[in-house]
Design a protein. Sequence first.
Length: 317
Amino acid sequence: MSEATMEKDASTITVSAPAAGVSGQVIQLPDGRAGYVLGLAPYASGDPIEVQVDNQATLAKTASVVVLDGDPIYWDRSANTATPLFAVATADYFIGVAVGDAASAATTLVVALNVKPVYAIDIFRDRSTTVLVGTATKPTCTWTPGRVILSADATNEAQKIDVLSDLSIPIAVPFIVEGRMAIFDISAGANPDFNVGIANATHATDADSITESMFIHLDGTSLNILAESDDGTTEVAAADTTVDAVDDTFFDFRFDCRVLTDIQLYINGVNVLPASVFKLDAATGPMKLLAHLEKTSSTDTAVMHIAHLAIRTTDIL
């Protein structure tokens, strides 16, 4: 007997139905993979069903969110729709990556089942550098599973805490930046600044002095989420996205940098400031991922959590 023989084509798996349902229903398998039920007839609980677990599928899309080509997509169990947003307190699960863009008004999207995005740079996978400015042990950068925490304490001094990726990408390559962040201490004063995004370098005291960058930005005591860009020639000042952060609550953002003359920004799947021309076309790069927390001399405290910060590149615009 040979050492191995094919059991069956792994693109489909036969399982016992966990509950009654109909063909096309999306389900999660015991190994965590997602799939949809094949066939034409309804089935009862316990019936054998064939589940498609690879290739591309057209799925119902969550309303009023934009999906970018290559986005990681999750299945929202409560709404029975596919979404690029992952809710923390939920049983939602990863289902694959988006194939093509899907506009806010679209009702469906195409997903490559169980395919994971490939990131050129991932702050949680790749090397990075942190430089603390301030009294020893006062400003801190703490890595825990699934998040990095940047903290400024109440010492009356200027402080800076950052995480700068060692890896970089040339500015000429189309790319998309993904991030997930939260403010856990917005401060009692106006002195701290929070910046997360991409830059060609970091700065010891002032992220605004970085020559090439695009940031999500928050000021002092305000939970207003701002955005800004600077390519060394054109500086787009921090503008209010009209979206407010919620203390201790993560939000997702995307920078669509496939067209550097008109970078589009998405917060929790919604295109914000679409008429603001964020741009990096005059930048020389290369660009790195950067999370940067600073404060001028004061007793203000500030804490920022980063749960995801990554870049994926593409040749498809």
